[in-house]
Design a protein around this ligand. Sequence first.
Ligand code: ATP
Ligand code: MG
Length: 334
Amino acid sequence: MNNKTIILTGDRPTGPLHLGHYVGSLRQRATLQHDYQQFILVADLQGLTDNGSTPQKIQNNIPEVLADYLAAGIDPSLTTICLQSALPALAELTALYMNIVTVARVERNPTVKNEIAQKGFARSLPVGFLVYPISQAADISAFKAEVVPVGDDQLPMIEQTNEIVHKMNSLLPAPVLSHCKALLSETSRLPGIDGNAKMSKSLGNTILLSASEETIHRAVSAMYTDPNHLKVSDPGQIDGNIVFTYLDAFHPDKIKVAEMKAHYQRGGLGDRACKNELEMCLQELIAPMRERRATYIQDKGMLMAMLKKGSEQAHEVTQQTLREVKQGLGLPVF
Ligand code: ATP
Ligand code: MG
């Protein structure tokens, strides 16, 4: 093991990855893997917390997410990609942490609260879903990760993780677990193509990293702009105009985007021209990923072998943390 700072991040295999993942986290991971010791967790157990009756969905999406990682530039020789359900230490740490977190605290988590409302669970809320932030705290702390590159929906999870780390360390003769911090990207929450606050697999408002040319074209054409910008000569609004939000997130030429914004605001720049500009940069971004991905997804054996190898490496690391926690708590370690 080297002394590089550790990163743990991950995704639920609930569907192929989309542009929100890319700008919120994936793009950073591809850069950070050169300077950090990075682990990426395919969070299948967390995926099951709201898909308990459809495990096939989770199983099918594991290779999809792996192909997306490779297509987005994650290099398995630099990043350890591993599977949550293959790491029993994570489940054991979750069981230990559940005793030091109150029901009131899990109910207060704003992201979980929002997701529960969105999914309309009411009394059929699965227990596992309510407590998934505790299992996420186990994931992060088992790797002793200090940096977690995520979208801003994950900030409450990081806060809760640090509370658990603090409480657990205080119960041990010497601290074992590391505190972590979120690393937000410039676009920490990409809205959906429908204008919803978050592009999300569960909301069906995504552009996938595997989207076809035609799908990208249709998605951009259907995007909301300023409803009061009726004639090209009308002054237009930038605020809440998804096309500009996306241009900010994806266009490589920031000066050009600033000029377009000024032009749109004073009038004379049409929605069609803005959408054409956006479509061009999305087509350019996605085309090479789509091509690489199409090759990787044909070799599921290679993808799963990569995941097995990464999981074996991660097993060592996470078992060691579990051993230290158990010893600290005075539990016999055989
Ligand atoms: P699900 O709807 O199943 O929860 P999701 O689209 O929210 O799926 P996750 O697997 O929960 O995706 O999230 C993985 C990572 O991607 C997290 O770090 C999350 O913050 C980030 N992320 C997901 N969607 C976005 C988005 N729209 N903008 C920025 N980051 C995002
Ligand atoms: Mg999510």
